[in-house]
Write a protein that binds this ligand. Structure first.
Ligand code: ATP
Ligand code: MG
Length: 576
């Protein structure tokens, strides 16, 4: 069993073995440092409290990296707590996926897996405490009436007719609520605070409501459920959380959080701190919208590689270390902003550049015939797996008389600056030989069917003994050995930068990118066809790809494009 104060050894080293140091001494680090220095706390306890009503997305990753990351940094602990106070929308499918995704990101909660529903009995007792102190009452206003009574920020709320009922009466009524004697909506338990508060959340907010539905954990044991705002501070206190970190929209809820902690007899006094949630360009992040994308079949599933979910990114080939690095890079602030998704893509490229093996694949082929290369001959040429990491060694690539190259790497009427293959021009075939184009073959419509070349046997390995230089190096595969394979070219799911901005009056779905997935047949060098599902690789000069974890068969992988080699969306870059 792991000990109580530390999480299990986490796997947060980067893919290359290094550990990302803290980049910013952001305000939460400052608060923790002050709290430790002043003796307010002797250690750090944080928590990540997802509601199990959907899959985790990149916004959650930011919160996970922050909460679990701080626990590691300060040698404390971080709890995983399922916020399951709303029985209507929750599901165990989501609970399992949440655990898997946090582990994949490299974090662990040790023996601190908790559920809000574990505390229902204690929460009920705290509610009774409030009634006994005259700080809560059972109210029978309908939802509609409650709204009418609420007032506005400048007009105080009207008191509920039950606000000043005797304590004994509220106790008895609350017991009746628990016993199921009331229908949904017929009674609520409300705190008794301040009807004139400019903060609407302090105007006697509801703390218990009736829901006659089964809960995925507690079954039919309860028909009253605590409201999130009441439950959350209690869970934090019961777990001795020191720093309860949430997103900015909870700032206005903080006075109620503090009120709960101050007015019931809890074993610890946590504090809530708010930071700005992550918003990304070209990305929707609300769980409701993500669910709609799946249900309306705009994507194939929650783990469709175009989804901003952790499982989607995993299937797309993103690495946990790149996601962690990205989360540290964007920092933690109190101001809402929109982060450029290119920053995330950059982190992925940067990570894969160091770790992914290179290989050759041709996605839009045209045949090259080397006239002076003997028919039937095959040479197995040594190719370097990763120039960034010599320890990755070399592999053998077959070379023969007929090759495939990218159609784009040849131009019949090439401008001066075109350094790839053109009539009369010499280029290097990666790891192999120099070739010179002598002529082209065309079909009846004038489309090029083959490019005829000669090779220079003295240039084997890619250098001319006479010191002659070529300006271009292109990739290739041997036509007879190439393995045709399904390749999925994923691109951004939306074409609009800021999807939170609906001032154009359009539905967010209207901004779906019709070209977010193109499927092509690629021709792979033989070693590529042997890769196990989940293996990441760079197709030289094209991009980073991963063998799909679901659709690959032994010896017949299907590849997903993780990210292009260069940002094709940035200003000035050519859109593919
Ligand atoms: P959504 O609005 O996407 O449905 P949520 O806030 O309802 O998300 P929860 O399951 O309640 O989802 O979130 C768990 C934790 O993750 C919360 O502490 C929440 O503040 C945090 N979180 C959710 N979205 C983001 C985000 N975009 N950036 C940072 N933290 C986030
Ligand atoms: Mg929430």
């Amino acid at each position: 069993m792991s000990n109580d104060t530390e999480n299990k050894t986490p796997d947060t080293a980067n893919s290359d073995g290094s550990v990302t140091p803290p980049l910013h001494r952001h305000f939460i680090r400052q608060i923790i440092d002050e709290d430790l220095a002043s003796g307010k706390h002797t250690g750090v306890v944080t928590r990540f409290p997802p509601e199990p009503n959907g899959y985790l997305h990149i916004g959650h990753a930011k919160s996970i990296c922050l909460n679990f990351g701080l626990a590691l940094e300060y040698n404390g602990r971080c709890h995983l707590r399922m916020d399951d106070t709303n029985p209507t929308k929750e599901d165990v499918e989501y609970v399992d996926s949440i655990k898997e995704d946090i582990h994949w990101l490299g974090f662990d909660w040790g023996n601190h897996y908790h559920q809000a529903s574990d505390y229902f009995e204690q929460m009920h007792d705290y509610a009774v405490q409030l009634i006994n102190k005259g700080l809560a009452y059972v109210c029978h206003l309908t939802a509609e009436q409650t709204k009418d009574y609420r007032g506005t920020p400048t007009i105080p709320a009207k008191p509920s007719p039950w606000r000043d009922r005797p304590i004994e009466e509220s106790l008895a009524e609350f017991a009746k609520m628990r016993a199921g004697e009331y229908d949904e909506g017929a009674a609520t338990l409300r705190s008794k605070i301040d009807l004139a508060s400019p903060n609407m959340h302090m105007r006697d907010p509801v703390i218990y409501r009736i829901r006659k539905v089964s809960h995925h954990n507690t079954g039919d044991k309860w028909c009253i459920y605590p409201m999130y705002d009441f439950a959350h501070p209690l869970e934090d206190a019961l777990e001795h959380v020191t720093h309860s970190i949430c997103t900015l929209e909870f700032e206005v809820h903080r006075p109620f959080y503090d009120w709960v902690i101050a007015n019931v007899d809890v074993p610890a006094k946590p504090n809530q701190y708010e930071f700005a949630r992550l918003n990304l360009t070209y990305t929707v992040m609300s769980k409701r919208k993500l669910l709609e994308l799946v249900k309306e079949k705009h994507v194939s599933s929650w783990d469709d590689p175009r989804m901003p979910t952790i499982c989607g990114f995993r299937r797309r080939g993103y690495t946990p270390s790149a996601i962690r690095k990205f989360c540290e890079t964007v920092g933690v602030t109190k101001y809402n902003s929109l982060t450029d998704v290119a920053l995330l893509e950059h982190a992925i490229r940067d990570d894969l550049n160091k770790t992914a093996a290179r290989a050759m694949a041709v996605l839009n082929p045209v045949k090259v015939i080397i006239e002076n290369y003997p028919e039937g001959q095959v040479e197995w040429i040594d190719a370097v797996n990763n120039p960034e990491n010599p320890a990755d060694g070399t592999r053998k690539v077959p070379f023969s008389r007929e090759l495939l190259i990218e159609r784009d790497d040849f131009m019949e009427d090439a401008p001066k600056k075109f350094f790839r293959l053109a009539p009369g021009k010499e280029v290097r075939l990666r790891w192999a030989y120099f070739i010179t184009c002598t002529s082209v073959e065309k079909d009846a419509n004038g489309a090029i069917t083959a490019i005829r070349c000669t090779y220079d046997p003295a240039t084997k390995g890619g250098d001319a003994p006479d010191g002659r230089k070529v300006k271009g190096t292109i990739h290739w595969v041997s036509a007879a050995h190439a393995v045709p394979t399904e390749i999925r070219l994923y691109d951004r799911l939306f074409t609009k930068e800021d999807l939170n901005d609906d001032s154009d009056g359009k539905d967010w779905r209207e901004h779906l990118n019709p070209d977010s997935l193109k499927t092509v047949t690629g021709y792979l060098e033989p070693e590529l066809a042997k890769l196990a599902p989940g293996t990441r690789v760079q197709f030289e000069r094209i991009g980073y790809f991963v063998a799909d974890s679901q659709d690959s068969k032994p010896g017949a992988p299907v590849f997903n494009r993780t990210v292009t080699l260069k940002d094709s969306w940035s200003k000035g870059a050519k859109k593919e």
